[in-house]
Design a protein around this ligand. Sequence first.
Ligand code: ADP
Ligand code: MG
Length: 280
Amino acid sequence: MTDTVRPMPASNPVAVGNGFAFGSAGTPVLEVDNATKSYPGEPPVQALRGVNLSIDQGELVGIVGPSGSGKTSLLQLMGTLDRPTSGHVRITGLDVATMDDGDVAYLRATRIGFLFQQFFLSEHSTLLDNVADGLLYAGIPVAKRRQEALEALELVGLAQRQHARPTQLSGGQRQRVAIARALIGQPAIVLADEPTGNLDQATGKSILALIDQLHQAGSTIVVITHDRAIAERMPRRVEILDGSIVADTGPGVSAEQQACPVIQSLVPGLRPELSPGEHP
Ligand code: ADP
Ligand code: MG
């Protein structure tokens, strides 16, 4: 990755809430189109088998599935950290398959925020610089990065600790810093992989409450989890099993999936748009 600032093709920022949506109104921020992923081996591992998923600006989506079902593989495709073996991934309407690695890195740096189970904070840097580093590859000067970092720390309630180091914080506070880093630069989408996996239950709940709050303020967030109780808090739930999406309560749900009684029983609250009398 060079320091060159790459102008993005076809970006059309529209202010939404306190965040930004890219692309014209109605363009999903993230589309996964018939994506497969196989890892080489004897035999190869078929981790994703033709996944279709479309996420609109402002959605809060829980993706739930057991260990080995393909959640992290899907997150890596959605986050452009990996490319699908076949199929397409579009971020704010831009097809990753048509872009070179440098453009993909810039797209990732400016439009996607990541939150992981491990906080990945540098112990040698202040909270402010840990968050500011979230924009390191976006070609933004350091003073501006720090200014935006302070705003992001304010969002998670840690602005007054900006000069502290991660070692001085509790686990929950560290995850708040990681959230601030994911949010800096107002990415089109935040992808979280088991974001409460390293936290005790009470702290995990406070992080989920913060995620709710950010969603209400306009952020688009995908939370990947093996924990059904966490997924059930989300307005939209997508269930993945053996590399396939087997249920989706959201707008992208196919008529076939809606009609499948097995899938309806897998996810409580599927088809919430129907009034009780309308259920079959
Ligand atoms: P989850 O996050 O739901 O646990 P993963 O996406 O990590 O699922 O894994 C899905 C499947 O792909 C599993 O069978 C896993 O062993 C396999 N897998 C994941 N990453 C690799 C890899 N780099 N090489 C080979 N197999 C992998
Ligand atoms: Mg995983």
